[in-house]
Design a protein around this ligand. Structure first.
Ligand SMILES: CC(C)(COP(=O)(O)OP(=O)(O)OC[C@H]1O[C@@H](n2cnc3c(N)ncnc32)[C@H](O)[C@@H]1OP(=O)(O)O)[C@@H](O)C(=O)NCCC(=O)NCCS
Length: 210
């Protein structure tokens, strides 16, 4: 079987908005950049983001670049969460790359600091996982973070992802420090049957007691 990337479901093809208990989720729009900027620029958010926009114009430019894989979460009609559901090619041998293309997604999340610590990050991340598996039909989802970003990897564990890698000092933080990085993942088969042998629910030493 070959997978034609042009035929893969895109975020825009799904039915929107999607709702959780407290959030309304939809794809990002160009104009969202301005609504997000006042909290996205804050130091406690920038501490962990990949790109540090120097000003609002740089933020807008970056937002447009990532729009295809961005969703936002609204709480009481205000955007309080930004998420990434980015299809990426899994590693494969070159001759079967076409069959692997688009079957993995990387997730990411950022919450308005004014709304953190109330379980909304977990609620949002769980919805991203469901959109990736149910909506985009990927076979594997992955998320990475600095090991020091405890709030983020705790979310990964709460939504049922499995810690698969702990890399020692693999990642340079903009503070100049080389930090450990964590990779978490989940297969579609495990998402639909968490108790399956080898699934996260049955995996010893998954880091839950760290
Ligand atoms: C990481 C991040 C998304 C977490 O968002 P959040 O909304 O605070 O996450 P949650 O509220 O779901 O979880 C945070 C804490 O609240 C607790 N919590 C969960 N549900 C709760 C509820 N209903 N009421 C109160 N607290 C709750 C959780 O137990 C958790 O605490 P713990 O980690 O000590 O166990 C947020 O800190 C953030 O945006 N950080 C900056 C950007 C970033 O790091 N992104 C990830 C890059 S990899």
């Amino acid at each position: 079987m070959t997978t034609d990337a042009t035929q893969q479901t895109r975020l825009d093809d799904l039915s929107w908005p999607q709702r959780t208990d407290r959030l309304e989720i939809r794809p990002g729009r160009p104009e969202d950049a301005a609504a997000i900027w006042p909290w996205y620029r804050r130091p406690e958010v920038q501490e962990w983001t990949t790109v540090l926009p120097t000003d609002e114009a740089a933020h807008q430019e970056r937002w447009l670049e990532l729009l295809d894989s961005s969703v936002v979460g609204l709480h009481e009609d205000e955007i309080i969460a930004v998420g990434k559901i980015h299809r990426q090619p899994p590693w494969s041998q070159a001759d079967v790359a076409a069959q692997a293309r688009g079957l993995e997604a990387e997730l990411g999340w950022v919450l308005d600091p004014a709304h953190q610590g109330r379980g909304l990050g977990t609620e949002f991340a769980a919805a991203l996982l469901e959109i990736a598996f149910d909506g985009l039909d990927v076979r594997r989802v992955q998320a990475v973070c600095f090991a020091d970003n405890t709030a983020s990897w705790r979310i990964m564990e709460r939504i049922g992802m499995r810690r698969e890698a702990w890399e020692r000092e693999s990642s340079l933080h903009r503070s100049g420090r080389w930090l450990d990085a964590l990779t978490y993942a989940l297969l579609a088969s495990e998402f639909y049957d968490p108790a399956a042998p080898g699934g996260p629910a049955g995996t010893p030493g998954d880091g839950a007691d760290d």
